[in-house]
Design a protein around this ligand. Structure first.
Ligand SMILES: *Cc1c(COP(=O)(O)O)cnc(C)c1O
Length: 394
């Protein structure tokens, strides 16, 4: 998954152009910047590649989720459905919006299932934060149909799925609003960065305003702009956007390498009858940043993880036991513990997060093992992994 593996002179040149000719701030300063606009340039590239009307860059994927929720009108007291298997940011953004996270079940796509979503819808449900985990999504036509039927917003957390598609359409563009992350370990890296994606001009206007103190971004005099809404500062800097401009030009190359490396490893593992694979609703559209396998039981999964680690294989993820990607281990979220009183504490009938159970997801995640697919692998590196599996399964 990590685009940083392909950092070379091109990222340095892009950043140098900002330092030598341009300016660090993404807006205004027209007289100083010699027409260098890296954030705008990257936004245009994203829009052209994934075919979305608006891509708005922000400072992180978490900031993108926070901005997307606000811009889509999700706020205090609204219920937002979210999976128990995700990076914690998907939940944090909901809590920080003053909204109520509602956990629903995933299926073997490793994403929320349409039935799982439907089972937890209440009159207070306003949105689904649909997370495309590990480079691939769910059955988006069915997911979209459930959201439309119940008139709830589909927000896509595509932070791990840049470059992925479902039936030819980019993940992040199915719902009213989507998000990417460009942090240090994502498919495309800006160092830190993220993007809000939408075809809805009203959501876009709220997004760029909200992420920049409510500025309307009309005209070329920042001080003379008006402030239609309140906001905060989630702006990306021109240096970060510059890194992203160089990285985005490598997206096709990144996807080609990942898909080739993943196929070599996956094909070699098909001989083991104990292994089944994650359900990929559209395998051709998988961004191939991870290979996820399922074992017959939790015990067997733990044995295989230990075996691969003993063979010296790095980046083997057993999410079910991991601190940051599965609800079971998020004690801070189970206790809804912030540094100060949270908006959700004002809601008397909020869920008791220490009692939330997702047994179907537990059953799936307890058997699931993922491996990072690297860009820098040689044939020998791939063979080393294939040999390690042979040793573990002999
Ligand atoms: C990385 C990630 C985020 C947050 O992105 P940052 O840029 O690190 O803030 C959100 N959701 C998912 C699923 C992620 O993997």
């Amino acid at each position: 998954m990590p685009g940083f593996e392909l950092f070379d002179e091109s990222e340095k040149q892009q950043v140098a152009e900002v330092m030598d000719k341009g300016f660090t701030f993404r807006y205004n300063f027209d007289g100083m910047r010699n027409d260098v606009w890296k954030a705008r340039e990257l936004e245009q590239m994203i829009q052209d590649t994934i075919k979305v009307k608006h891509a708005h860059l922000v400072s992180s994927g978490t900031a993108a989720l926070t901005t997307a929720l606000a811009a889509a009108g999700i706020g205090a007291g609204d219920e937002v459905i979210v999976p128990p298997f995700t990076f914690v940011a998907s939940v944090e953004a909901i809590v920080l919006a003053g909204a109520i996270p509602v956990f629903a079940e995933i299926d073997e796509t490793l994403c929320l299932s349409p039935e799982g979503i439907e089972a937890v819808i209440t009159p207070r449900t306003r949105a689904v934060n649909f997370v495309h985990m590990c480079g691939s999504g769910g059955y988006m036509d069915k997911v979209k149909a459930v959201c439309d039927k119940h008139n709830i917003v589909l927000l896509e957390d595509a932070c791990q799925a840049t470059g992925a598609t479902y039936q030819g359409q980019s993940l992040g563009t199915f719902g009213q609003v989507g998000t990417f992350s460009f942090d240090s370990v994502k498919t495309i890296s800006c160092g830190e960065g993220g993007a809000v994606l939408t075809n809805d001009s009203k959501i876009y206007d709220y997004a760029h305003q909200y992420s920049d103190h409510g500025h309307d971004h009309i005209g070329s005099d920042r001080g003379a702009e008006s402030h239609p809404i309140m906001g905060a500062n989630y702006r990306i800097s021109e240096m970060n956007a510059a890194v992203g401009v160089a990285q985005w030009k490598k997206l096709d190359r990144i996807l080609d390498i990942q898909r080739r490396n993943k196929k070599s490893l996956k094909d070699a593992l098909k001989q083991y009858s104990e292994i089944s694979f994650r359900d990929l609703p559209d395998e051709a559209g998988d961004n191939a940043g991870f290979l996820s396998i399922m074992l017959p039981s939790e015990t067997r999964a733990r044995e295989v993880v230990a075996g691969l680690q003993a063979e010296g294989i790095p980046a083997v993820f057993y999410w079910y036991g991991n601190n940051w990607h599965y609800l079971k281990n998020w004690t801070h979220i189970q206790q809804m513990k912030g540094p100060a009183k949270l908006p959700i504490e004002l809601i008397a009938d909020r869920p008791d997060y220490s009692q939330v159970k997702t047994p179907k997801s537990d059953e799936i995640m307890s058997r699931t093992v993922s491996m990072l697919i690297n860009l820098s692998w040689s044939d020998a590196d791939i063979q080393k992994r294939i040999d390690a599996f042979a040793n573990v399964f002999k």
